[in-house]
Design a protein around this ligand. Sequence first.
Ligand code: GLU
Length: 461
Amino acid sequence: MEAYVKDTISKEEELVQAYMDEVFETIVKRDPHEKEFHQAVSTIFRSIKPALVKNPAYRNHNILERIVEPERLITFRVPWMDDNGTVQVNRGFRVQFNSAIGPYKGGLRFHPSVNTSIVKFLGFQQIFKNALTGQPIGGGKGGSDFDPKGKSDREIMRFCQSFMSELAQHIGKDIDVPAGDIGVGAKEIGYLFGQYKKMRNTFEAGVLTGKGLSYGGSLARKEATGYGTIYFVQEMLKDHGFDIAGKKVVISGSGNVSIYAMEKAIELGAKVIACSDSDGYIYDESGISLETVKQLKEVEKRRIHDYVEFHPNAHYQEGCTGIWSIACDIALPCATQNEIDAAAAQTLVNNGVKVVAEGANMPSTPEAIGIFLESNVLFGPAKAVNAGGVAVSSLEMGQNSSRMAWSFEKVDTKLQEIMTDIYQNCKEAAKEYNQPGNLIVGANIAGFIKVADAMIDLGVI
Ligand code: GLU
């Protein structure tokens, strides 16, 4: 039996597997503590194996060993003074992972969990996500272990100025274009841009995206990741003969991605029954009031548990994972990495979830993904589902270069086209590589091929 099974594996498949094992062992040996980065690489390797078997050029050109190594990883000291006059020190990062198809592009995350592993996992995935958008943008990511929670506006400003004092040396509109991510919104981008402008004495709008509208930002950038998530879910549903109207939706998080996913889902007739922050979640079977969530989170910067003050019929529960025990048709993890583990995934499946689409980056553990796939849940992977944000960032760069400002409708229409194309490309790649319906495989292969082919064309880079 053993020999028979072996015979069915082609020679090329064996070579590819050995090659992948070797590259993977190298990254683990080089940086044994970078668990999240290993997780991201192993998920991608598993998906792209058929592409390497079909096209031996990728192995012959040693694309994998090159693609897992960032072109550049910058870490730096960020000293800043708090409101008591005490000097604080944080660590800053920028990973410039791959520029084969365009300037490095990706957000900055300010959160205490940020370290080399987190920045590398995000930067690595950004390469393929950005390629999938069809826009000419490479992959990068950055941030700091600075925690904006509880800091005054002045402290945030001083931190951003110090952070940019170093980062400015490494970025530029045709070099590397950061944007926001967790803990970095329009306010922080404003302070970062102000400092860059002062240092360079030039109004280089295209150096950052997610800017305010008065100084070169794009309409619909704020909404893009959340709206794009729902446009992708709509495509998934449409393809299987369903409609989002009337569906019960659970969305984790209450940041930028989550809020605009809620807005679009509600506009299309879905019922959003729960959302959360890092302390706990709120639940209301009759539907969450987005207006209250926006007021609490976007305006007053309060915690989600205050929601029940305004809506006494809603429930608040401490802890984050409990949100996945709420029965729903569509679950949208829009908070952070590894927020759905195997147990949460199993509970969602037992409660009849039909669609899981990742608004956050890598929110499902590999075990959770396994459970969704085995249970025939329609699963949308992060790098496809949440690519609308970075796609509109690229449109912002385009508007900045041409000194034009597009209307909301124009950007939104383009975003819808991009999300439809991403869905179709993922679906077609999955079919071509004999795993129809597996959008993880489709997304990874479609993104990988574009970047790998460019790397081959560019020589040994
Ligand atoms: N941080 C977002 C992401 O994960 C947006 C990046 C950008 O706009 O450059 O894709």
